[in-house]
Design a protein around this ligand. Structure first.
Ligand SMILES: Nc1ncnc2c1ncn2[C@@H]1O[C@H](COP(=O)(O)OP(=O)(O)OP(=O)(O)O)[C@@H](O)[C@H]1O
Length: 594
């Protein structure tokens, strides 16, 4: 219940923050519309008394009041809808934005990769769509609370025993839910025959199957199977509806008995002269409203619980992604690297799993070096890269940047000093200029910087092939968007990775897998000589993950990872001359090419 209150509070404060006027008007209209119902009952009673007493003027006045209240009951909710509709659109957008902020504003990416949190994220994406129902339910609840209060006061004034009426609505509520469960179970138990029937229908009417159906003369068989499956479904559902109707009726009978009891109570008092005809009318109308109020309260509570759950999930995710670092964050990334990056006994286990993926990794990536990481699938190469980028923190050990623990540097500042290209690159369907330029937002509008990056990535031919050069809209989502091949997209992504001209660390995790080995080799040969020139001034390190030894062999240092450990380390000549995994893999690949 506390969660429902917290969620409701969050929802109403969000609406208030987004548009105070619309929130206030919606609340007032909903309240007036809801409270008008019990007031209508009271006014009807008053009008009846005036008619019975033969007071024409008062009866006419009461008649006008009844008409006004009836209009309020019927229309105010619709007018409120006009106001809160836009509000709930804004609310959905606000929820989406919070979700994007939580999802992308975090230092790490574990919430995307851990099944449990990825599920939460998926559920939250659906939840955002419920903001409208949530807000509507909240406004309805506020109105309903006041309507219930008014109804209770009116009933208590007539006879306090009538306050038991809401209890009489409980059996019909419970039987209603029981009936829903019966129907749900029937839907589940007939799901298979429904699916079979639908599949058979699709098969019988699809163009693809038309040929075989004729050749094998299957039409009649499929038709009779379809009929049998459909009959099974219909029969199951019919029985369930029959039972559900009886169950519902039983609940309604309970309320009907209580209703009759209440009527008799008031009629008896009216006959005894203690009550007027108006009071009888009042009970007739109020008792019906009580039944509706109880049912409505339960439905609203369920919807509020759903929305409150969405806010709880958002809070949990936010707490997860903004968990504080266990060490003080008090150091800036260096301007340039003098010694390099050291992995000091680094072990890593993915959150939510037991087996370590990296174990006691000890190595130094010297300043200015081009380092290749090789190893079999699943060895832990990409995980190493993710730790260097700060997507995850080591479970044990430290990553030292010129002797300073990486965790002490604000992750955002570290990210500004790294550049990265990944195998599963993003196809940003923007203008070509932006698709590449987002690699360095500060240079987004500098065509010369973008062209230089494309030159470094050897992707100028991709640009030359675009109808409007850098102005070309890319992607299939746009009617006039240019579609590129996988390799062309990857070259643009590589250009994006090379936008930052003075990174301390450039990570290239199989960013050229869609290129052929010769193209990859040529690209890296050129890139490596440039990188060495730049590294002379900044000490930048290039880490390259690749399965292609023709590229790997150019690196100053090669790290062979096997089962999460560093198995070998050295340059190509040394490793190839040895009898380790590198020599074995290199020989295998060389043989394949011969
Ligand atoms: N998010 C994750 N959660 C749990 N385990 C993961 C996750 N990502 C990777 N792993 C596991 O970690 C191990 C190392 O994966 P990693 O991606 O680092 O290997 P790799 O050497 O880069 O492989 P490949 O050459 O196939 O890209 C694998 O066993 C993989 O199943």
């Amino acid at each position: 219940m506390t969660e429902v209150f917290t969620g409701s509070w969050q929802m109403i404060t969000t609406a208030w923050r987004l548009d105070r006027r619309k929130t206030a008007v919606s609340v007032v209209l909903m309240i007036v519309g809801a409270v008008a119902a019990p007031l209508l009952a009271a006014t009807l009673a008053w009008m009846t008394d005036q008619i019975v007493a033969g007071r024409a003027a008062q009866a006419a006045l009461a008649g006008v009041a009844v008409a006004v209240l009836a209009v309020a009951v019927l229309t105010f909710e619709h007018f409120a809808h006009i106001f809160y509709f836009e509000l709930s659109e804004l609310g959905e957008l606000d929820f989406d934005e919070q979700l994007v902020a939580v999802s992308n504003g975090s230092p790490g990416v574990s919430h995307h990769e851990q099944a449990e949190h990825a599920d939460t994220l998926t559920v939250l994406q659906q939840d955002a769509r419920q903001f409208r129902t949530g807000l509507e339910s909240l406004l309805n609840s506020i109105g309903l609370a006041l309507a219930v209060l008014f109804t209770a006061v009116l009933l208590a004034v007539l006879n306090p025993i009538l306050l038991l009426l809401p209890l009489a609505a409980v059996p019909s509520l419970m039987t209603g839910r029981w009936a829903e469960r019966i129907l749900d179970r029937a839907k589940t138990s007939t799901a298979e025959s429904t699916r079979v029937a639908l599949n058979l229908f699709r098969l019988s009417t699809s163009a693809g199957a038309a040929g075989e159906l004729r050749v094998f003369r299957l039409q009649d068989t499929l038709r009779s199977r379809h009929r049998a499956a459909w009959k099974a479904t219909t029969h199951g559902l019919w029985r369930a509806h029959l039972v559900a109707t009886w169950v519902r009726a039983a609940g309604q009978i309970c309320f009907a008995l209580a209703y009759v009891g209440a009527m008799l109570l008031v009629i008896r008092e009216a006959i005894a002269g203690r009550r007027g005809v108006g009071d009888v009318v009042l009970v007739i109308v109020l008792a019906t409203q009580v039944n509706q109020q109880v049912t409505q309260a339960v439905t609203l509570l369920q919807q509020l619980q759903r929305m409150a759950g969405a806010y709880r999930r958002l809070r949990t995710l936010r707490a997860l992604v903004t968990a504080p670092e266990p060490v003080p964050v008090d150091a800036d990334p260096p301007q340039g690297l003098r010694h390099g990056i050291e992995l000091d006994g680094v072990s890593f286990t993915y959150p939510g799993t037991d087996a370590p993926v990296l174990e006691d990794v000890r190595l130094t990536l010297p300043a200015g070096a081009t380092v290749a990481v090789v190893g079999e699938n699943g060895a832990g190469k990409s995980t190493l890269v993710k730790l260097l980028c700060g997507f995850y923190r080591p479970s044990q050990g430290r990553i030292l940047v010129d002797g300073v623990d990486l965790r002490r540097m604000p992750v955002e500042d570290w990210r500004l000093r790294i550049a990265a290209g990944f195998q599963d690159f993003v196809r940003f369907e923007f203008q070509a200029r932006q698709t590449v330029g987002v690699g360095d937002l500060s240079q987004l509008s500098s065509d010369s910087a973008i062209r230089a990056a494309l030159e470094r990535a050897q992707a100028t031919d991709v640009l030359d092939g675009l109808p409007d050069g850098l102005d070309t809209q890319l992607g299939k989502s746009y009617a006039d968007g240019a579609e590129l091949s996988g390799g062309q997209w990857q070259r643009l992504a590589l250009g994006r990775a090379l936008m930052r001209d003075t990174p301390l660390l450039l990570v290239l995790d199989e960013p050229t897998s869609a290129l052929d080995p010769e193209a990859e080799h040529a690209l890296f040969e050129r890139y490596a000589s440039q990188a060495r020139r730049v590294a002379d001034t900044t000490g930048a390190i290039t880490v390259l993950v690749s399965h292609r030894f023709s590229t790997v062999r150019m690196a100053d240092l090669i790290i062979v990872v096997r089962d999460g450990r560093v198995a070998e380390i050295g340059d190509h000549a040394t490793l190839a001359a040895g009898d380790g995994l590198y020599a074995e893999l290199f020989a295998l690949q060389a043989k394949a090419y011969r």
